[in-house]
Structures are given as structure tokens and as C-alpha cells.
Design a protein around this ligand. Sequence first.
Ligand SMILES: Nc1ncnc2c1ncn2[C@@H]1O[C@H](COP(=O)(O)OP(=O)(O)OP(=O)(O)O)[C@@H](O)[C@H]1O
Length: 359
Amino acid sequence: MVQLSLKNIQKQYNESIIAINNVNLEIEDKEFLVIVGPSGCGKSTLLKLIAGLEPVTDGEIYFNRQLINHLPPQKRDVAMVFQNYALYPHLTVFDNLAFTLKRSKIPKQEIKQRVESIASMLNLQLYLHKKPHELSGGQCQRVVIGRAIIRQPSFFLMDEPLSNLDAQLRLQMRVEITKLHKELESTFLYVTHDQTEALTMATRLVVMNEGTIQQVGSPEEVYNKPSNLFVAGFIGSPPMNFFEATINENVIQIGENSFEIPDKHRGKLQNKREVIIGIRPEHFHLNLTHSIIFHVNIDRSEFMGTENYVYATYNNQPLITRLPLNAPLLNSIQLSVQMEHVHFFDKETTNRISIEECR
Ligand SMILES: Nc1ncnc2c1ncn2[C@@H]1O[C@H](COP(=O)(O)OP(=O)(O)OP(=O)(O)O)[C@@H](O)[C@H]1O
């Protein structure tokens, strides 16, 4: 069942700023959809349009097949959690959680029950009598989430809710929000510029850039088959390596180096064309059993605990790879890459060229 449909959504702030450009998206019931993209790509604007905080310039928003363009925010069955905590500083955690219920004239006993149940779900029982300034950042953020949950909406909109937390708390809250999604069986639309959050939390991922959707898919699809150069470079850390290349008669030419395309892939990329080749840092290997060999010069390495990030130069271009701790870090080494791990993008359109589709 589709819960929310966005049809040809356009949002223009003034003559020159098109924040959202013809976005079409269907959000399924109970999914955890994450919108990820760089600063200014339109993520928050899209949430504001769905919440009704901003009017659309063009297009339609349907909630459970009902057109809701004209509905004010309070009439939309959505709860929004923003990046800044915005708790009432003079109220206790209990009263912050109870605030909207009190305004709705819900009986006192029911309010108490609901607050206690949410507090136990979010591990806040011991803090109900405290004021926000007596809480840690993570505890405050749990209260903010609790305040949204207590309204029992069927749809949550979360705009970078973890961006003010330190790394350890972010990790903890990531797990808690994912758990909450399972427990509440609600639909979550979650916005972040942090790709780790996006990859680990999403059941489905939407990658945006400059007001448009670049790719929609599972985290695995987006990581393994990025639809264009932008997605390939944005998702993955350290980022994918790119090299300009020419393909001609089953030979890939990168600068002065050329590689034969292995037999089983021959003919699939047969026409002469200019491409950008992409290779993820983890796909370079020290053993030279794979068909594509890179001679690289190592510039420096970073110890990352379980592996080294190695910064090198290939063909006068920078290259990043991840190598085991016991790898010999000589000035000059050879690395091999499996053909299946080479991504091809059209140099002009920047779109992915799929080897499978070139049969
Ligand atoms: N009220 C506004 N008036 C004019 N321009 C705006 C307004 N709000 C946002 N914009 C512009 O619209 C574009 C999209 O902004 P938006 O806040 O949606 O991006 P974002 O992806 O959420 O960025 P961030 O990750 O930095 O929060 C930006 O160019 C921004 O400057």
C-alpha cells in the first residue's frame, strides 16, 4: 500500500532558486525511507512541503490517495522531528512529553499512562522530573523523539535529528531509531547528509542533488550499482576513485596504460567511447590474480585500526585504497582489480554504463 505519493513536485523560492525540480516519489506504508544528499540539495524543503510548512509551487501530494496540498500542517497525520532540540526549557521531561496531549484535552490519567509508556520505550523513566538543561544531548534528543511519538502519528518526518550529537551518541541513537521504527510499525521519512546513517538505517534510499532525485533503491543497489557519477562519488567512504578512459575494441585505455577486457566481458563494451571508470577503494587487491593491474606510487597511509587507508598516485592522478595492516607499503606497488568491480560511466551524460546491459 502506498502511503504518500509525490507527483511532479516543484518548489521555487524566488525567480532564481528552484529548490525542488520535478520530484516524483512513492513512499510505501511502514518503510524507512532515507533521503540523502549534499547541503542545499533540497532535502529539508521536501520535508517541509510534505509537512505542509511550505506550499508547493506545482505538483500534487497525496496521503493515502487523498490530495493534501490544501491541508494545513496540523491536519496532516505526520509528526516532524527537527535537527535542533527545541524543548521547552522551563518544563520537565514529563511536561514536555505531555504538552500536546494536554492541549488536546486528553484525560490526566491517560496522559500519565502514555507518557510513562513512551518514557519506558525510550529509556527516560529516570529523567521524567528533570528539566532539559539537566540532560545530555542524547537524552534531550530522545525526549524530542518521544514528543513526536506520543501523538501516535502514522508517518514520521525526521530532518537530521542526530546532527547535533557526538559520534558515539549518533551511533547509539541510530540503533534506537531503527528499533523504534520496528516497534511502532509506522512509516519513517528520514533526511540526512550523512551517508553512514543513510546506508545503515534505510530500507530504501533516495539520493538527491540540486533539487532532483538521482537514484532510488536499496542501500545495496545504490552502493553496488550507482546510477551516475554523482551517486558513485557521493555514496561510499573513502570515495570511489575515478579515471578518464577510452574503450576501443575490447581495450580500456587510461592515459598511457591499456588493459585487455577479459574474455567473458568481451563485446559488451565494443564501441569506441570515452568513459569515466570508477573503482571503490576496497576493490584493489595485493594479489595479482585479477585482470586489471595498476602500478601505483604510495604517497602516505593512515592507520585506521583494522586496516590502512593508502593514498597513492596512478597515472598522475590520486588514488585511494584500503589495504590490510600487513600490506607492504613500498614506494611503488602493483594492485589488481576484478573486472566485475569496475564501474563505467558515460563521459558526456555521466550516466552508468552497465556491462550487463551491453550484451
Ligand atoms: N526560505 C527560503 N527562501 C529562499 N531560499 C531557500 C529557502 N529555504 C531554502 N532555500 C534554498 O533552497 C535550496 C534547498 O535548501 P534546503 O534547505 O532544502 O537544502 P538541504 O538539502 O536541506 O540542505 P542542508 O543539508 O544544508 O540542510 C537551497 O539553495 C536553499 O538556499
